[in-house]
Design a protein around this ligand. Structure first.
Ligand code: ADP
Length: 453
């Protein structure tokens, strides 16, 4: 058994709402926090509320929140003995996790090996297939160079297919191909883009599912061999592959089916010696789950799982990094009620143009079942340099209907001036008959938006 490593100070290598979320968890565990920040964020709440704060560079993320050397130096200077990377920025960078550990600092996340294995989508899929996790049928490895061989592969999988970059991410490096005539050209184009965008021309292909839902399973694993799954989330409401609203549990999917897929995810974690929190992403169509990728970090939408299982995922991440065993059994984990999260972005609600600037009014919602995760207060500046997420409004109810009703009231209470936000989009969505019925596919939001134009 590995020893417990209590650490006194945790450096949070992030900004915005998630930096505050992690700060709260540290405080609850009696740990001091170190904030790092860019010059643009000097007055941000995560900076003002930290025990220690250090400026690590100018506004540009590449020269601040993505500067691994500056962050490690900041940890050394402040005596932090652990780093939590949050989401985005360096959170899924295996090289970063490696240099952190080489510097004698605990990385609050999976091992660099796990991050690397899952960061390559081909090795991730192969690993999952070997563990019995159902995957989208496809090339089972990199595409060959030979045109005839590619054509045979695609024909065997069946058109339409989607050609994907093994190093891809953020919804880029993918192309749908509807017929054999377009295949070779599409492969050449995607290869070129993959090389340019990710420095890796390796491609694979899989069957293109036409009306899937995006369903994901949250896992939590300690360093003593225990791997748990914490229910599923439905993240089908997306625009340009960006999630807009998420809910747990996914409406209309039999709990036995989710339990079966959850158990296979936990088993895969045991097989690879996974550590910390992670998410298995699936496409779900006609009662079948098909794995697409694993995220080896905390997700934006983790609160809906916390609200329905009662488990604090961030505290658990920290305790796992300290070497503590998870003190809950799978049989004791239940999903209770329903939770929905709206991502509030500083943007025009229908053109989606970013709307940075000073927030002159910020009246927050409250009441039973409402949770607001945000770094904004009246007077805060929303910076143009980073993503536009300014808050997450999360509503819990004993039923889905109650959660929706609470969310509507909360969104009406959240009054924001003078920047624009997507609150009107969420309000309209919550009354959309498709959403109210539940179980829409990943194209629903874009079709719905197109119809409004
Ligand atoms: P990324 O890492 O860039 O987010 P993913 O592999 O998670 O890439 O895919 C992103 C999105 O692309 C999915 O949520 C889904 O909308 C679509 N997609 C990916 N693979 C398929 C597929 N086989 N069939 C249909 N849609 C797919």
């Amino acid at each position: 058994m590995s020893a417990v490593h209590p650490f006194g100070r945790v450096l949070i290598a992030n900004r915005g709402e998630i930096a505050l979320r992690i700060q709260r968890a540290c405080r609850q565990l009696g740990l001091e926090t170190v904030a790092v920040y860019s010059e643009a964020d000097a007055q941000s709440r995560h900076v003002l509320e930290a025990d220690v704060a250090l400026c690590i560079g100018p506004a540009s993320a590449a020269r601040s929140y993505l500067d691994a050397d500056a962050i490690i130096l900041a940890a050394k200077v402040t005596g932090a003995t652990a780093i939590h990377p949050g989401y985005g920025f360096l959170s899924e960078n295996a090289d970063f996790a490696e240099v952190v550990e080489k510097a004698g600092i605990t990385f609050i996340g999976p091992t660099p090996e796990s991050i690397r294995l899952m960061g390559d989508k081909i090795t991730a899929k192969q690993t999952m297939q070997a563990s019995g996790v159902p995957c989208v049928p496809g090339s089972d490895g990199p595409l060959p160079d030979n045109e005839q061989a590619i054509l045979e592969l695609a024909t065997a999988v069946g058109f339409p297919v989607i050609v994907k970059a093994s190093g891809g991410g953020g919804g880029r490096g993918m192309r749908v191909v509807w017929s054999a005539d377009d295949l070779i050209k599409a492969v050449a184009l995607t290869r070129k883009e993959a090389q340019q965008a990710f420095g890796n021309p390796t491609l694979y292909l899989e069957r293109f599912m036409q009306k899937p839902r995006h369903i994901e399973i949250q896992v939590l694993c300690d360093t003593h061999g225990k791997a748990l799954w914490l229910g599923a989330r439905d993240c089908s409401l997306q625009r340009r592959h960006q999630k807009v609203l998420e809910e747990a549990p996914p409406p209309g999917i039999p709990p036995e089916l989710i339990a079966e897929i959850g158990a296979s995810c936990a088993q895969a974690c045991r097989n690879i010696g996974y550590r910390g929190a992670g998410t298995f992403e699936f496409l779900y169509e006609d009662g079948i789950f098909a794995f697409i990728e694993m995220n080896t970090r905390l997700q934006v939408e983790h609160p809906i799982t916390e609200e329905t299982t009662g488990i604090d995922i961030v505290c658990a991440q920290i305790e796992i990094a300290q070497g503590k065993p998870l003190d809950i059994e799978q049989s004791a984990i239940h999903t209770t009620g329903h939770a929905i999260e709206c991502r509030i972005n500083a943007e025009d609600p229908f053109s989606f143009a970013p709307s940075p600037g000073r927030v002159s009014r910020w009246d927050v919602p409250g009441g039973a079942g409402i949770r607001l995760d945000t770094h904004i207060v009246a007077g805060s500046a929303v910076q143009p340099y980073y993503d536009s997420l300014i808050a997450k409004v999360i509503a819990r109810g004993s039923t889905r209907d109650e959660a929706i009703r609470r969310l509507k009231v909360a969104l009406a209470e959240l009054q924001v001036e003078t920047i624009l936000t997507n609150i009107p989009l969420h309000q309209a969505l919550l009354s959309d008959p498709g959403f109210v019925e539940g179980g829409v596919d990943i194209h629903h939001l874009e079709h719905w938006l197109a119809k409004r134009e």
